[in-house]
Each structure stands twice: as C-alpha cells, then as structure tokens.
Design a protein around this ligand. Structure first.
Ligand code: ZN
Length: 174
C-alpha cells in the first residue's frame, strides 16, 4: 500500500468515527427485573477521547454509597447479572482508581442514593469513550453498566469490595 493510499484509508476511518453515535443510554433493571431508572452517556470532550459523562436518574435503590462500573459484556440477566462479566478492562490493569497498577477502563467514582431511594447525579468515567479506540463502550459487541450493593474502595482487585450486582443495563447508542 502506498503512503497516499494509507492516508486515504485513515481519513475514511476517521470520517466514519465522527458520524458514530454521539450519545448513549442505559435502562437499568434490578434483580427482580423492575426498572430502577436510567443513565444518559455523552463524551466528555468533543473528539470522544477523554472520558464519558454518566448522568444518572435512578429510583427504587437502597440509600447510601454505591459503586458503578462498566462491565465487559452487553448482557444483563437477572437476578445476579453474572452475564455482564468482569469489569471492562481492555488494558489488562488491576481494579481501582487509586490502585497504582490500575485502573480498569470501566472504573469510576462512587455515587450516593438518597434516603428516598433516588439519585440524580453525574459521574465521569475517565477511562472510556463512546466510539473512539479500544476503550469504546459501543464497539466490539458493546458493554453494560452495573450498580453494586456497596461503595467501591477504589483499590481492591478485581471489584473494590463493592458487593453484589443490584442493577444492570446495556449501553445502547442513541
Ligand atoms: Zn474495576
């Protein structure tokens, strides 16, 4: 392949990426299969290389701190959501935003559910993109977003001692 042809191929790839989905959505179900709300996802930067904003609008959840992670598989079978697989980790790192050998691409900060069981809050997932590169949520079969029973200690491999998976939803392009 000539250099000129390589440039043309690269240009066409970038063109297709720029027309990919600019937002995504997650509809969460709990272990009983009931809706517990949703999340809207948008790239943090215009070029979709610098993290994803996750805006949560949740209800019917236990009050307190909860972990939130992107998991490897776009599959959420109740009641235990084991089908979602491990944390999304294309870079083969350890778990935890504060782990020197981490983090997983799918790791992010905890969020808090109020005493009424609801949460309207934004969390930034720094290690993922919607469409760009190997850490994309919408490529290679897609991903899921899982809410855990407890907060994440941001250190313990592989899941931060965050307990059971209490809600799950597939990341879907809008
Ligand atoms: Zn992790």
């Amino acid at each position: 392949m000539t250099n000129r042809l390589r440039l043309l191929v690269c240009a066409s790839v970038f063109t297709s990426v720029s027309f990919a989905a600019s937002t995504a959505r997650v509809e969460f179900k709990n272990a009983q299969g009931q809706s517990v709300g949703s999340a809207t996802l948008a790239p943090k930067t215009a070029d979709d290389t610098g993290g994803v904003r996750v805006t949560l609008d949740l209800h019917g959840l236990p009050p307190g701190e909860h972990a939130l992670h992107f998991h490897q598989n776009a599959k959420c079978d109740p009641p235990d959501f084991a089908s979602a697989g491990p944390h999304f980790n294309p870079e083969k790192k350890q778990h935890g935003l504060h782990n020197p050998a981490g983090p997983h691409a799918g790791d992010m900060e905890n969020f808090v559910v109020g005493s009424d069981g609801t949460a309207q809050v934004e969390v930034v997932a720094p290690g993922v993109t919607l469409n760009h590169g190997d850490n994309a949520l919408l490529s290679n079969g897609g991903r899921s977003l899982v809410i855990h029973a407890h907060g994440d200690d941001m250190m313990t491999d592989p899941a931060g001692n965050s307990g059971a998976r209490i809600a799950c939803g597939v990341v879907t392009a809008e």
